[in-house]
Design a protein around this ligand. Structure first.
Ligand SMILES: [Zn+2]
Ligand SMILES: [Zn+2]
Length: 280
C-alpha cells in the first residue's frame, strides 16, 4: 500500500489531461484523482501567445496546483505544464519538455516528474489552399490539430483546435474574406488533447513522477527518495584522467534531508570524447 492510498488528489486542467494520467496514477498509488476545471488555466498563459505565461514552467505548475487544491479543498495537488522550444543538442529540432508537479502540503513536499522529447510543433506562413494542405500533411494533421489565423493578429480571431479538413477550409475562407490580401499563420495546436506527440511526453513525465512517489526514504519512510545529484570522475579509457562521466550518485530525501552516496558499478571506462584532457 502506498502513502497516498485513498487520498484525494486535486488536478486542475481544462484540456483533457486528466484522462491521460488517471489510470496509471490511481492504479499505482491507490489515490483518487479529483479533476476540476473551475478555473480557466488559459488565464495563466497559452501556447498561441495571446496570453503570455508569467514566470517559469515550475512557477506556472505550482500556481495551477495551488489553485486546484484550493478549489477542491484538498491538501494534495497535481499540475501539468508544458514548454516548447528548440532541442538542447543542436537547436534545430522542435522540442517539448513536460513537467508534472506533485504538491503535498501535509508533508511539505514538492516532487517533479519531468520528460522531454521531439515535438510536433510546426508553423508556417501560407497563402493558398494548396499550401494549407501541404502544411497539414507535414504537421501530422488530422491526428494533430491545427490553429489558423491571419498574419496580422489584430484583425482576426485565432481558429484553434481545427481537426478535420472541412473546418480547416472554412476557417481559411473566413480569414481570407475578412482580409483578402493577408498571409495566414498556420501552426500545430499544442494543447494536449490535440497533440498525441505531446501526450506521449506527458505519459513519460508521469512515469518519472510515479517512480519517485513510490520510492520511500529508508530513514523517515516519506515518498520522494530519489537521485538528486551524480558525481563525476569516471576514468578516461585512453589517458586515465577523471572525466565528466558519472562514478557515483547521491540519493536524497526531500522530507528529512537524509542523503546517501551510491557508487555505480564500474562496467567500462569513459569514452575519450567526454575527457577534457583528450578532447578539450
Ligand atoms: Zn527521509
Ligand atoms: Zn583522456
Amino acid at each position: 500500500m502506498t502513502k497516498y492510498h485513498n487520498q484525494g488528489v486535486a488536478f486542475l486542467t481544462q484540456h483533457g489531461k486528466e484522462s491521460l494520467v488517471r489510470d496509471a496514477l490511481e492504479e499505482q498509488l491507490g489515490c483518487r484523482l479529483i479533476h476540476t476545471d473551475a478555473y480557466d488555466t488559459d488565464q495563466l498563459g497559452t501556447f498561441t501567445g495571446d496570453i503570455q505565461r508569467q514566470g517559469s514552467q515550475l512557477d506556472a505548475a505550482r500556481q495551477k496546483a495551488k489553485i486546484g487544491m484550493s478549489l477542491t479543498q484538498l491538501r494534495i495537488g497535481l499540475a501539468s505544464e508544458g514548454a516548447f522550444g528548440a532541442d538542447p543538442f543542436g537547436g534545430l529540432m522542435p522540442w517539448n519538455t513536460e513537467l508534472l508537479l506533485w504538491v503535498d502540503e501535509e508533508r511539505q513536499l514538492e516532487i517533479k516528474g519531468v520528460a522531454q522529447g521531439p515535438a510536433q510543433s510546426s508553423s508556417k506562413l501560407i497563402e493558398t489552399l494548396e499550401q494549407l494542405d501541404s502544411f497539414a500533411s507535414e504537421a501530422q494533421f488530422p491526428s494533430h490539430y491545427l490553429n489558423l489565423r491571419s498574419e496580422d493578429q489584430h484583425h482576426t480571431k485565432i481558429h484553434k483546435g481545427l481537426k478535420d479538413r472541412a473546418a480547416l477550409v472554412d476557417a481559411f475562407r473566413e480569414i481570407k474574406k475578412a482580409a483578402p490580401n493577408s498571409m495566414l499563420w498556420i501552426e500545430n495546436d499544442l494543447r494536449a488533447f490535440g497533440n498525441p506527440t505531446r501526450q506521449g511526453v506527458i505519459r513519460n513525465a508521469l512515469k518519472d513522477l510515479l517512480r519517485q512517489l513510490k520510492s520511500l526514504c529508508p530513514q523517515c519512510d516519506s515518498p520522494g527518495y530519489w537521485i538528486n545529484k551524480t558525481i563525476a570522475g569516471l576514468p578516461c579509457q585512453s589517458c586515465g584522467n577523471k572525466t565528466r562521466g558519472a562514478i557515483a550518485q547521491q540519493w536524497h530525501c526531500p522530507s528529512c534531508l537524509h542523503t546517501q552516496y551510491e557508487e555505480l558499478p564500474l562496467q567500462h571506462l569513459a569514452d575519450a570524447s567526454i575527457c577534457d584532457v583528450c578532447n578539450p
